[in-house]
Every structure is written in C-alpha cells, then in structure tokens.
Design a protein around this ligand. Sequence first.
Ligand code: HEC
Length: 396
Amino acid sequence: MIIDYAAWLNLVLRWLHVITGIAWIGASFYFVWLDNSLTAPSAAEKKEGVTGELWAVHGGGFYNPKKYAVAPAHMPKHLHWFKWEAYFTWISGFSLLCLMYYYNANLYLIDPSKMALTPFQATFIGLSFIFGGWVFYDELCRSHIGQNNRLFGCVWFLSVTAGAYALCHIFSGRGAFIHVGAMLGTVMVANVFRIIIPNQKKVVAALLAGETPDPRLGAEAKQRSVHNNYMTLPVLLVMISNHYPMLYSVPHNWLVLAGLAAAAWPIRQFFNLKHKGDVNYWYPVAGALGIVIVAMFVSAQGSNPVSAIKGAVSPEEVRLIVRERCSACHSDMPTEAGFTTAPKGIEFDTMTEIKKYAPLIMMQAVDHDTMPLGNATHMTKEERAELGEGLKALTN
Ligand code: HEC
C-alpha cells in the first residue's frame, strides 16, 4: 500500500484553508453589514450607551444585536473574540504555500525563462515579498498618507501593482500571482494579529481598570478593518486565479491582475454603501465594465506567438511530442519524481486520449506556456506551434 503523503497533506491543508477562510471572511462581511445597517436605538437604550441596533431573522430565530460605541457599563462574563478564523486561515495557507511552491519550487515557482533561480533563492525572494509587504504596509499606515483613506488606497494599490510587476518578472505567472495573494493575505491577518486584537485587548483592560480607553486605539483598529474590507475581493480573486491560465500566462499578467483588482473596488463599494441604504447601481456597472475591459485586454495580447511551421504535422508527430514532453507526468505510470498518478487524472497514453483532451492541450501547451509544469521537460516554441497545427488537423 502506497500512501501519497504529500497529496493528502495538500488536500487537508487546502480544505482547512477554505473552511477557515469562509469562517473569517464570512464573519467580517457580517460585521461590516451589521455596522452599516444599524438603526438608532430607543431613548432608554441610548442612556445605557447603545449607539445602534437592528433586528434580524435567521434560521428560525429573531436576533437583536446592539452596538456600544465605546463599551457597555459592565464587562459581560463571556465576550466573544473573532481571531482564530483569521489566524488559521494564514497558518493553513502559509503551510500550503510552503508545500506546493517552496517544496516543489522547480515545478510551480521557478520559470528559468524569467530568472534561473535555485529553489533556495526563489524561496528567499518569495518570503521577502510576503513579510516585506507587511513592514511596508504598516509603515505606510502610520505615515501621514495613512490618515487619508482615499490617498492611502491609491498609494497602496500602486505599490502592490509595482510588487506584482516585479514578482511577474521573477517567478512563473502562477507563482507570482500566489505571492501577491499571500502578501495581501498576510497584511490582512497581521492587521488582526498585530493591531485590531491587541488594541481591543487594551481597550477592555482600560475599561476593567475603570479608565477611559485611548480613542486612538479604536481609530487605528477601524483604519485596518476598513483596509481589510477593501482587500478581501482582490485576495479571493488571486487565490482562485491559479485555475485560470488565461490570467497568469499572458505577457502583461501583472496588468491583468491590477485591472481585476481595480474592477473589484466599485463592487465592494456598492455593497458597503447599499448596507447604509444608499443603492447606486452605477458601481456594479463600473465593476462589470472593468472586467470586460480586462477580458478584451487579455484577448488583445493574444496567446503564444506562433512560430513558422515547415508543413503539415501528422498525428504520429503529435504523439511523439506529447510522449516526449508530457508523458513523464500525464501517463498511467508517471516517471517524474513526486508523481504517483497522472495529475488531475489526465493521461495522454493513447491517441484516443490525446484527441479527447485536444482542446485542453491546446489551451495549456499551445496558446499558453502553462504546461509542461515549470517547463520540466524543456518544450520548445517550435514544438508548441507544431503541436497546435497537428491538433487542429486531428480534430477537424
Ligand atoms: C512535470 C509534470 C508535468 C508535465 C511534464 C506536464 N504536466 Fe500537465 N499537469 C501537471 C500538473 C501537476 C497538473 C495539475 C495542475 C494544477 O494543480 O492546477 C497538470 C494539469 C494539466 C492539465 C489540466 C489543466 C486544468 O486544470 O484543466 C492539462 C490539460 C495538462 N496538464 C496538459 C499538459 C500537456 C499538454 C503537457 C505536455 C506538453 C503537460 N501537461 C506536461 C504536471 C505536468
């Protein structure tokens, strides 16, 4: 019995990452909605320090949450903190990053046509971006730029785009994208870990000691919480982007990422305003338009430039190219180290299989350089063009 430990660990970490991510983002979306939807309290409640409340029905019960802007007169016995969801999202995500992109750096992270790095160098650069991103962000928040939300948003957006540009010129498209996501995700979790929770703890401690808490603590936590709110949609986009080579395999992939992140802003803004009762459909229209513009930009960049082909390409030649460049992994008995079964169950051992997967092969190895993974089998541009011609002839 052979157990593929790496594959199972990958599955468990990814499962955990998605579950804790849903719990974290779900709770934070809920609190943003709650905060924006509060209505004025009754006079009696106002006297107790309540600044807003609302009524909601869910799952067979009625709920009546109340907000105390500073704090209730007496600390309740049980106070719920929301932090482990965020911490475990980071722990599981970072472990998954190490397992896939650092442990298998040659396959997923390094692209020798961009920079011929050793796995150690690639890992070092990757970690520097992730942790350096937080240091830079934190300094920016504390500077005078941090005082102005709009200015901060523009500067931070441009800085992340510059980071994405650099990463896309260092790593494979897929490796670069996941590092932008890891950088933003780390900033969001560090905001919870380093600012929001510690500040809340200080406020609670001050109240228990009968002192008035420093209002700057709340203001700083609020600033970070607003930032997290706007970073959520771009982070989620990056996390699912590795299923879409059309995003990360095009020449100006960093611009594609920046364009989609920019398109996400009006969509988030729409919901933030809508919770407050200000419904403006121009925001989602602007977001949708942004996505259409990015889609047009992607298709205008075209795919791989096609090299000149000497003549017709026979099915036998197609089979030879596939055998030489793909079968090390995509076969019922892979020979590539670390593969016990064909990735995603996709095997190219017979002509029937090659024909069946022709559109996928076209997308992954002809239109884009996504496959072979990390170009492990050193496929050339000419072979990609030949494969394309041969597949076209095969399927027509
Ligand atoms: C070094 C191993 C390796 C080689 C060589 C390789 N692949 Fe892959 N391939 C993978 C892995 C791993 C995946 C799964 C990627 C993922 O997790 O998204 C994959 C996925 C795919 C997919 C499915 C993509 C999807 O998500 O729909 C296609 C199609 C594919 N490969 C085609 C090819 C072709 C064509 C070649 C040869 C030109 C090739 N591969 C060579 C490792 C390899």
